[in-house]
Design a protein around this ligand. Structure first.
Ligand code: PD2
Ligand code: ZN
Length: 280
């Protein structure tokens, strides 16, 4: 039976079950248990395929995974708190990942290097200055100094990702009114301008945003598809992922940096690749 031929009630039930991440077979068994076995297998498969084609990643349901997350995660040089976790897409808010001294040092070291931020043009592959991103930024080469080495090791231990899969840390500074409009951090492989950037370590699969100062008002990291806003707090860090090794990409990871209303905002961003990052 086609999905559209089911009753509206049944359609809604299937939509919720699939989006909540329940396994296909569990969904089919429940439908059978409640007397809806006939024709629903095709309809469930049709809906799952449609979601995948739209770029949604369907992950297993995770209540038990979230329940077992420890309150504190220990790395070789620091205990990091876990303040919030969402499973689908994976979003984790870490508390106290950086010390206040580390935040201040990153800001001071970057001040002399700041230049206007750019975005990758998906058609041409050039790095262009655009109104969608009005921050200033500075890069630190991987392992550039002791501080960067320490932070990169800590992140690698926390996330379980090899250091050489990480792009260089980027510091971003937002003045009042500055923002980064909602976007995805992965590169659409169908766009010709992304070929070169994808060749330098494969797809990006996750982002870590480290908040280097408290912002008096505004400047949250927003996830419009999730109705989620993360407020900048000095030393906290946000991890979110959006791709897997099969090339599935999750549009629900769309996020932005909302305009700063009062004060300024400083963050450090680390993007992670599926393979070794070989770019600049
Ligand atoms: O500044 C942010 O909160 C922000 C928002 C969206 C940073 C990024 N994206 C990024 O660096 O990719
Ligand atoms: Zn982003």
């Amino acid at each position: 039976m086609k999905f559209d031929e089911l009753t509206k009630e049944l359609q809604q039930w299937i939509v919720s079950a699939v989006r909540e991440g329940h396994p296909r077979d569990t969904i089919l068994q429940s439908l059978k248990d409640y007397g809806h076995a006939e024709g629903t297998t095709e309809a469930v498969d049709e809906y799952i395929e449609k979601l995948k084609a739209q770029g949604h990643v369907i992950r297993p349901s995770s209540t038990s995974v979230l329940a077992s997350i420890p309150a504190t995660q220990t790395t070789s040089d620091r205990d990091v708190q876990i303040l919030m976790a969402l499973n689908n897409p994976r979003v984790i808010l870490f508390g106290d990942l950086l010390s206040h001294e580390e935040c201040d040092e990153l800001i001071e070291l970057s001040k002399a290097r700041l230049t206007p931020s750019t975005v990758v043009n998906p058609t041409t592959g050039t790095y262009d200055q655009e109104a969608v991103r009005t921050s200033y930024g500075a890069f630190f080469k991987r392992g550039e100094n002791k501080l960067i080495q320490r932070i990169e090791t800590r992140l690698s231990e926390l996330i379980g990702c090899p250091i050489n899969h990480g792009e260089p840390i980027q510091i971003l500074n937002y003045a009042p009114g500055a923002e980064y409009k909602p976007h995805v951090d992965y590169f659409d492989p169908k766009q010709p301008g992304n070929t070169k950037i994808l060749a330098m370590g494969g797809q990006r699969y996750a982002t870590i945003i480290m908040y280097l100062n408290d912002v008096a008002a505004g400047g949250s990291t927003v996830f419009p598809h999730l109705g989620l806003d993360i407020l900048p707090r000095k030393g906290n860090a946000l991890f979110f992922s959006y791709a897997n090794e099969h090339g599935d990409l999750d549009v629900n990871s769309t996020h932005g940096g909302s305009p700063v209303h009062e004060g300024e905002k400083w963050i450090a961003t680390k993007w992670l690749r599926i393979g070794n990052y070989t770019g600049p």
